[in-house]
Design a protein around this ligand. Sequence first.
Ligand code: 3PG
Length: 213
Amino acid sequence: MTTTALSALQVMQDAPVIPVIVLTDVVQAVPMARALLAGGIRMLEVTLRTPQALACIEAIARTLPEAVIGAGTVRSRADAQAAARAGARFAVSPGYTPALGQACRDAGLALLPGVATGSEIMQAQEDGFTELKFFPAMQAGGPAMLKAWSGPFFDVKFCPTGGVTLQNASELLALPNVVCVGGSWLVPADALAGGDWPRITRLAADARVLARA
Ligand code: 3PG
């Protein structure tokens, strides 16, 4: 993929699952990303939850041009700027504020804003965001909530994230207002710690073939 601007819809459409990744060691970043790529997943969300996250984003962006690296847990203008500087192409946030929406636009990052209520959806829509992350999806109502939203918010598409597993992903992906899901199960902490890259490739390959509506 070239470095032209991405849209949130492109981020969501690329694969049925966006892996939510927590990295604590820069040495793990590139082999982990290679393992996901080998399984057919190239949109990668590395969360800004560890001191090493930005260095990991930078290492992946520099080494693997075939990966499309995004930053997760983006909560502030400073997060958005740092993520873009490190090479992130998209941002994912656990909630939404208009200031964050503007900061991501200014930084050239596609944003998947996190929402969990109708008011948050309306605020994001008012600011021009129509592809949203439903977070925390399973804790906040899961498929039933998405079905309820499909009436009033017929023009919004969602990436449910939070409590999603290989087992419950299919039910979510079958909903017409769901484009993809997000989940941390593709990159388990013990696989990372043990350098079990084939396991991560298998988990990615299993996620890659999940059916969508
Ligand atoms: C997160 O922010 O940690 C993501 O929503 C991932 O949640 P999960 O670990 O339940 O997949």
